[in-house]
Write a protein that binds this ligand. Sequence first.
Ligand SMILES: [Zn+2]
Length: 297
Amino acid sequence: MGTKQTITLGLDIGGTKLKAIALQGNTEILKEISIPSLADQGPESVRKAVREAVESFKSAQIPFQAVGIGCAGSVDSARGIVRNSPNFAHWSQINIREWIEADFQLPACVENDAKCAVFAEWKAGAGRGYENLVLLTLGTGIGGGLILGGNLYRGSTGTAGELGHLTIHADGLPCPCGNQGCFERYCSATAVKLQARGISPKEVFSKAAIIPEYQRIIDTFIKNFQVGLVGIANVFDPECILLGGAVTDGLALYLDQITAWVKAHAFPAVAANLSIKTTQFKNLSGSLGAALLAQEL
Ligand SMILES: [Zn+2]
């Protein structure tokens, strides 16, 4: 596969919604749907939602050849298994690839949503043309995805790229991963909201000019964020770091300042070769990346 005419489905299973697209080639979306994912009702309900989504493309007589699925959490893509996911609180070790193979007799793949996102940006978005690309999604936590040497990098267990769990403070804030001081405790939408006592990051960023406390929260956020970015830049030596997720719109105003600091503190050769940009795809990145990964099957 991988020709221009290949049609694949990309499903993004979220905590409340299942988004799905039919994709022809790299960019042509033939149909897009969103239905409840039923993630809180257990695996059989999610399987039904997946089946309903795929059936709707069959009903529309779209001749898709493979299905890609993106999902938050720890994914063993080699075996098609979601080990565990924040969206599926009470179940684990689910072979989602088998659902598609058994219900539709089609090739399928399952991948972590941030890896889907970096793959989508690399193939069709803001990351096109780079050999080495890092993506950070600043949302509930920080998702990470890596393209290294012109390939999606998974590590030995599929876990590589968990950049939200870089320790940036020894003895820092506790993290649900079991560690403490993780990057995402300081630089996610959740972190901003916690410090602003429930005020949304959007409001914190938009009112920072008139509310000094919000500006202080942002200044601290940026300070921590820059430190994390310098570490990431020095470790991976990428041509580009892409920023996506809920906090990115607010951060856009500070992007030049952040880039300047990171370049001043990273290795000179790394700095000279590095750009920091925002992602092209917003809510579509998970399903688009999943569909693009399915084209490689
Ligand atoms: Zn952590």
